[in-house]
Design a protein around this ligand. Structure first.
Ligand SMILES: Nc1ncnc2c1ncn2[C@@H]1O[C@H](COP(=O)(O)OP(=O)(O)OP(=O)(O)O)[C@@H](O)[C@H]1O
Length: 229
């Protein structure tokens, strides 16, 4: 997506600035196999802010992102998106619509979904298709997801997430979105993220991605601390 594309995206979704959501995490804790994977974590993301979440392997970054989406139960604390805490199935569906995500491990299910079908599931096939073109995967449209390489699959899930942002997503959650990509595509994804006019929380080990964010927050043993403002 170009800068012009971001502006078009802004007008397409019909939302006036600020396009980004406000995320407020307070005292959030999650346990995995008896371990405090997230331990009284607290963080605020202001509308339109891009925040990198860094930290060692196993620090709890993926668990935190999953908890924001209700995919990982919390044992305590609160996650509010634009002031709203999710308490029902309907609330969580709305949370996931407002916060599209790029998962670290892409679940491709038991049924043969094609790339085109995945892009259509974003809710905005045109925007997902534009992102797919920029990511160099349009020629893969008819391919089933299980017949893709790791990097091709990651590009597909990125394109879908960009489509979901165009559909009305206001906080992009991305879990190591460049981990499987070649160097050239990493640069493309870095530019696409930079241009996004919504809030972004990206867990990453990629210094280029972290450096371009407004803030870097470090996670260690489930706890968060501001690293660079
Ligand atoms: N399904 C699981 N069952 C039990 N423990 C888990 C599971 N998934 C993760 N963990 C543990 O929870 C902790 C946090 O893991 P998490 O995946 O959130 O870390 P991360 O910071 O995303 O790591 P990485 O940088 O390696 O992706 C780790 O100690 C990990 O071993």
């Amino acid at each position: 997506m170009t800068l012009g594309g971001a502006a078009a995206l802004a007008s397409n979704v019909g939302v006036q600035p600020p396009l980004g959501a406000h995320l407020d995490i307070t005292d959030l804790s999650c346990r995995l196999s008896g371990l405090a994977a997230v331990d009284r974590a607290a963080m605020t993301i202001h509308p339109g802010e891009h925040v990198a979440l860094v930290g060692a392997n196993g620090a709890g970054k993926s668990t935190l992102l999953r908890a924001i989406l209700g995919l990982q139960p919390a044992i305590g604390g609160r996650v509010a998106l634009d002031g709203k805490v999710a308490t029902s199935r309907v609330d969580w569906d709305e949370r996931r619509r407002l916060a599209p995500w790029v998962p670290q491990r892409q679940a491709i299910g038991r049924f043969p979904l094609t790339v085109d079908e995945l892009l259509a599931s974003s809710g905005d096939r045109d925007a997902a298709g534009a992102a797919a073109a920029r990511l160099g995967i349009v020629q893969l449209g008819a391919r089933p997801l299980h017949a893709l390489s790791g990097g091709q699959l990651q590009r597909c899930f990125l394109a879908r997430a960009f489509g979901a942002v165009a559909r009305g997503g206001r906080l992009l959650l991305a879990d190591e979105p460049t981990a499987a990509l070649d160097f050239a595509t990493r640069d493309t994804v870095a530019a696409m993220l930079r241009e996004l006019p919504v809030s972004v929380l990206v867990a990453t080990h990629d210094k280029t991605i972290a450096d371009q964010c407004d803030r870097v927050v470090e996670m260690a043993d489930g706890r968060l601390r501001e690293w660079r403002a």
